[in-house]
Design a protein around this ligand. Sequence first.
Ligand SMILES: *Cc1c(COP(=O)(O)O)cnc(C)c1O
Length: 340
Amino acid sequence: MTVNIDWNNLGFEYMNLPYRYISYWKDGQWDDGKLTDNNMLTINESSPILHYGQGAFEGLKAYRTKSGKVQLFRVDRNAKRMQNSADKLLMPQVPVDKFIDAAKQVAKANEEYVPPYGTGATLYLRPILIGIGENIGVSPAKEYLFTIFAMPVGSYFKGGMVPTKFLVADNFDRAAHFGTGGAKVGGNYAASLQAGKYAHEHGYGDAIYLDPIHHEYLEEVGSANFFGITKDGKRLLTPKSPSILPSVTKYSILDLAKTRFGLETEETQISIHDLDQFSEAGACGTAAVITPIKSITYGDDEYTFGDGEIGPMTQKIYDELTGIQFGDVKAPEGWIFPID
Ligand SMILES: *Cc1c(COP(=O)(O)O)cnc(C)c1O
């Protein structure tokens, strides 16, 4: 390591690394794309991303293994999800191979910034796809830009995973069933700021969203997916809804719970009135991996999971997942992408 960074005290902050990848789409095709040291984008003032939010993003990490190699986790899933987001907003798809190649190039070019094994820190990659060019009317852009930049980020939880209290945001919706909830688009995040602020101001880690129609069934925990483990310890359940963003972490957890720990897994509607079926619960996503849920407050009621500490199955799943990501545990076929 030649760069001077305090790897053990990284947060989640932007850092201007030496290289990022950038590619443009025009006249029906993508250019070859290239690495650049320029961290500023110059786009037309009428670009649809600026006015009408025609843009999508992704988030994934590069991990340093014990042997010093660098690997990506299920980057093909992020590539496919960005294609789905592109379809939703009438943007051209970035080919899966192009996306994977770009992610590898960025991790490799900034390899000195992939944190050392053992710190829990990683290199976070942020791909974005945005509509640009002259286009002030409400119609799809005629030009697009795809870029991936990176920054080292800390292990989300300094002294281990911290069980966190959440508040049901009953006066807010994040997304509508037939809207953009299932796509990773910035507007969903803008729409979640108020509820997040409300939850933080009241002493909670984040807001929990209920389904936008009945305001009864669980959707997302802040910008993470929910899972719960039933009191008999046999089942792992996660909410089903078209306005939940399909989390790569969530599907990885469902897979591991089933194949490695023998749990039954199911995506199903979970009523806010049925929380007492669970002894453990968590919120999952790339940034935080797993945040154990200590309690959920709904109106005057507060439901605490188990004894409010990290549950044994949550801990096992966390260890298995991070073990795979950092190369200590054998990965299911096709989950790991070495950067060479
Ligand atoms: C990105 C995201 C997640 C987590 O997805 P991962 O693929 O696990 O990182 C969950 N919910 C929302 C709203 C998201 O944007």
